[in-house]
Design a protein around this ligand. Structure first.
Ligand code: ADP
Length: 634
């Protein structure tokens, strides 16, 4: 019998398989089972279209048998089978499907990681085998054929005998080496585990004779101590019908919760379950979960988002990141689509139109489900928001605010008037007729913000203020610019858009009258502030700090906590309340002892810093100044 050479491209892929030092060799089983399932599908389909008799859906199965002594692992199916030509064409060349493209894409870069992630089909058998024998008998024929290969040298085909139609793939498992354990692929528990992991939802039963032990009859009584005997029983290893393919009405919350906890190793029920099936431009089933708490590494670089991706019930990727935008990265779950081919590489997947379509749909679905939760069960939504609100806010900030439309109605901020978290829509609905902006103020805690001098005037006028306590908050609002036409405006902003402006005539006049005083103070604070001016925004406080330009004091704080040597500084402005007794004192002092004004300026600046929660440069000097003041009073 002549030995035939593999076609050139097959040879290369084969080489990669044989020599790969890949750790995910285990996927060979998934590949062979998936081929077996396809072969049964083909026959079953034919039985329907050609009205074949004698074929019953329940008779179809895939069988696995391991023989430790012979070191063989056999995967059998009673599917359509292959004749001599099929063997030649299908196994002698790389199928024209994904494998060839896979090979082309990886001609330069033999990135073996890809092998584990995607179907590479039949050849993956060579990752664990020294020899692969295929015995096949096509349906409707009485002839059977044997294809055999020990790897890159080539293969041979000859006629043989086989009972019944279908295909047996017999792998002669490689001997284990010091580095590599191949014996495990002959172990029952390992094979059971692999089927569960990768092929649980194959639609035909995957059967294997499993050795078990039982109490020998008549033992285990008072007279006779327990004796055990072993016996074998054929078990179906897969559950066949995936939960996501079932009808929603058949399922209870408990079914989903158990599935989620088992599959994604969580001890808590999910907060939200989304089960959707779509047909049309993209056909898929999706089962998504929003966890009740953030995983411990969620806010670290180590965290990997992604959904499991199945092609017709076969797992092709454990974490498909392209299916989820970063801001919904907390969603766990899976997508099963018939539109995807099993043999698809990571690079191809990234450009897959179908996948993009699915990702777009999922994003919309997640958004509407979260919005639904917000509308229907506020308490639950707030629990969710506590864990993942930050991600949503980062999302609103990222990509220059490009995701505003998706996210703006999912955001919550603490409200000065409601004393709880509110949506932007709710805020807008409550805005006063003359109110131009959506006001916000930043600080460490809502309590601290509530006492900020900058918020006094707005509160006095009865305007609602959003209290921002997370670093990203102000950045997010700045990126979003406005909500439904209403611009965001910081309470520390120079222009609060009040009808009766912060700079009233009174303030303007006072500024004019005290020009010299203000200039002197500004000189005293040279390098620290860009301006010293009077403001109408303060009520009971003598001073506050604000910032001119795009960077606020809060942003300065946040930016300076980031790694890097470059520090940013907001353009600080010291604002004085002209109707405060302190200003009166300053005026008097300026008339009698102008030099002392300089010291007071520093003191007031330090006070303003403290109110803002910012460090003062020289606490000792600050303390001394205060002491001096106290003793002068006595
Ligand atoms: P793919 O599954 O992507 O086509 P494979 O290399 O896994 O690539 O298989 C090549 C071809 O061999 C299959 O397309 C199929 O026609 C045939 N084949 C493989 N396994 C079987 C089987 N168990 N029964 C029938 N045909 C098979």
């Amino acid at each position: 019998m002549a030995n035939k050479e593999f076609k050139a491209e097959s040879k290369r892929l084969l080489d990669m398989m044989i020599h790969s030092i890949y750790t995910h060799r285990e996927i060979f089983l998934r590949e062979l089972i998936s081929n077996a399932s396809d072969a049964i599908d083909k026959l079953y389909y034919r039985s329907l279209t050609d009205n074949l008799t004698g074929l019953n859906r329940d008779d179809f199965s895939i069988n696995i048998a391991a023989d430790k002594d012979a070191r063989t692992l056999t995967i059998s199916d009673n599917g359509i089978g292959m004749d001599e030509n099929d063997l030649e064409n299908n196994l002698g060349t790389i199928a024209q499907s994904g494998s060839l493209a896979f090979k082309k894409e990886n001609a330069a870069n033999e990135d073996i990681d890809i092998i584990g992630q995607f179907g590479v089909g039949f050849y993956s058998a060579f990752m664990v085998s020294d020899k692969v024998t295929v015995i096949s008998r096509p349906f409707g024929s009485d002839k059977a054929w044997k294809w055999e290969s020990t790897g890159a040298d080539g293969y041979c085909i000859e006629e043989t005998q086989k009972d019944g139609h279908g295909t047996d793939i017999i792998l002669t498992i490689k001997p284990s080496t010091e580095e590599e354990n191949y014996d495990e692929f002959l172990e029952t528990y390992r094979l059971q585990g692999l089927v569960k992991k990768y092929s649980d939802y194959i639609r035909y039963p995957i059967k294997m004779a499993v050795e078990k032990s039982r109490l020998k009859e008549g033992t285990g009584t008072e007279e006779k101590p327990a004796e055990y005997e072993s016996y074998t029983e054929v078990e179906t290893l897969n559950s066949m019908v995936p939960i996501w393919k079932k009808n929603r009405s058949e399922l209870k919350a408990e079914d989903y919760n158990n599935f989620y906890k088992e599959k994604f190793f969580d001890f808590q029920d999910p907060l939200l379950t989304i089960h959707s099936s779509t047909e049309g431009a993209a056909t898929y089933n999706a089962l998504l979960f929003v966890p009740a708490h953030a995983p411990f590494d969620f806010y670290t670089k180590e965290f990997q988002k992604g959904l499991q991706l199945y092609a017709s019930g076969v797992l092709i990727m454990d974490k498909c990141a392209d299916l989820l935008p970063d801001y919904f990265g907390f969603v766990r779950g899976l997508v099963d689509s018939q539109d995807l081919s099993l043999n698809i590489s990571r690079e191809m997947l990234q450009h897959d139109r179908q996948l993009k379509l699915i990702a777009d749909r999922l994003e919309k679905k997640i958004k509407s489900e979260l919005k639904g939760l917000l509308d229907k069960d506020r308490e639950k939504y707030e629990t969710f928001y506590k864990s993942f609100g930050l991600t949503l806010k980062y999302g609103a900030y990222s990509d220059y605010g490009a995701h505003k439309d998706v996210l703006q109605d999912l955001l919550l901020f603490y409200s000065s008037s409601e004393k709880k978290l509110v949506t932007l829509e709710e805020y807008k609905g409550r805005m006063k007729e003359d109110q131009k902006y959506i006001y916000y103020a930043c600080g460490e805690t809502t309590e601290k913000i509530d006492r900020l001098p900058q918020t006094e005037l707005l509160k006095d006028r009865g305007y609602e203020i959003l209290y921002l306590t997370d670093d990203v908050d102000e950045f997010a609002l700045k990126m979003m610019r406005d909500y439904d036409g209403k611009e965001f405006r910081s309470a520390a902003d120079k222009d609060l858009g009040l009808e009766e402006a912060a700079e009233t005539e009174e303030v303007k006049k006072a500024a004019e009258d005290n020009k010299e005083l203000l200039r002197m103070m500004k000189d005293a604070l040279e390098g620290k502030v860009s301006d010293v001016r009077l403001t109408g925004r303060l009520k009971s406080h003598p001073v506050c700090l604000s910032a001119d330009g795009g960077i606020s004091l809060e942003m300065e704080k946040v930016l300076n906590t980031m790694p890097g040597d470059q520090k940013v500084q907001a353009q600080r402005v010291l604002e004085l309340n002209p109707s405060h007794p302190v200003f009166e004192a300053l005026k008097k002092l300026f008339a009698s002892d102008a030099e002392q004004v300089k010291e007071y300026a520093k003191l007031l600046y330090d006070q303003a810093l403290l109110i803002e929660g910012m460090p003062i440069e020289d606490p000792v000097a600050f303390s001394e100044s205060i002491c001096k003041l106290m003793t002068a009073q006595m």
